[in-house]
Write a protein that binds this ligand. Structure first.
Ligand SMILES: [Cu+2]
Length: 218
């Protein structure tokens, strides 16, 4: 009986410690203090945005890690969580309205997953946003600091333009008494040396193809 209890306790300990060991959350790219805030405020009925674009485009980094679900949506991808939506000032939307962020356009291949405060990454939903995986193009910004996870599988330069507006807190339908505004955020997935060689190989193939094409029309 005693042995059985010890075995059960030992098994429980192994399970707990292995679960703790297995938990791996995505990294705060360029360190926890490298936040780039996209500050939204209301000036009367005008929506105003001040974005910290000093270091843009921001690095999309592939750490080659496998993350704990639901963060495993970032596995195999380069990602960045530095941009964070924050709300400033004293004016807030009237009752029944909220601030909404709408994706207007973005580079193909850019993905977004829902984040939150950077140090709270174990509690983020990692839900697809802004058209990722067929998700909605609008996201309600509840005026709490939110750092989303932006990701891309392939090297390249990426940008996304958002319309920041005031709309119904449930439906997101715009309240035209307010004037919306746009902001464009940018990222770069700079390939690792091995990928550069692959890319160079791809460029050579493309040039050859083009030459063959022009040769054929001659
Ligand atoms: Cu922040």
């Amino acid at each position: 009986m005693k042995i059985k209890i010890v075995a059960v306790i030992a098994a429980a300990f192994v399970m707990t410690s292995s679960a703790a060991l297995a938990d791996l959350w995505p990294q705060n790219v360029n360190g926890i203090t490298s936040m780039k805030h996209v500050a939204v405020s209301l000036d009367g009925t005008n929506v105003v945005v001040h974005a910290d674009l000093a270091d843009s485009p921001l690095d999309l980094v592939n750490f080659g890690e496998s993350y704990t679900a639901p963060a495993n949506v970032l596995d195999g991808k380069a990602y960045n969580d530095q941009y964070g939506w924050i709300f400033e000032g004293f004016d807030v939307p009237e009752s029944g309205d909220a601030i909404w962020i709408e994706l207007e356009s973005q580079t193909a291949g850019l993905e977004t997953y829902e984040g939150g405060m950077r140090m709270m990454k174990a509690s983020h939903t990692y839900a697809p946003l802004f058209g990722t995986d067929g998700s909605s193009n609008i996201w309600r910004f509840d005026r709490m600091m939110t750092h989303h996870w932006h990701a891309a599988a392939l090297p390249g330069e990426y940008s996304a333009t958002y319309n920041v507006y005031v709309g119904d807190e449930i439906t997101g339908v715009e309240n035209l008494a307010y004037t919306s505004t746009n902001v464009t955020l940018t990222w770069a997935n700079v390939p690792e040396p091995t990928s550069v060689i692959l890319l160079a190989g791809g460029a050579v193939v493309a040039l050859r193809r083009r030459r063959n094409k022009s040769g054929a029309t001659r």
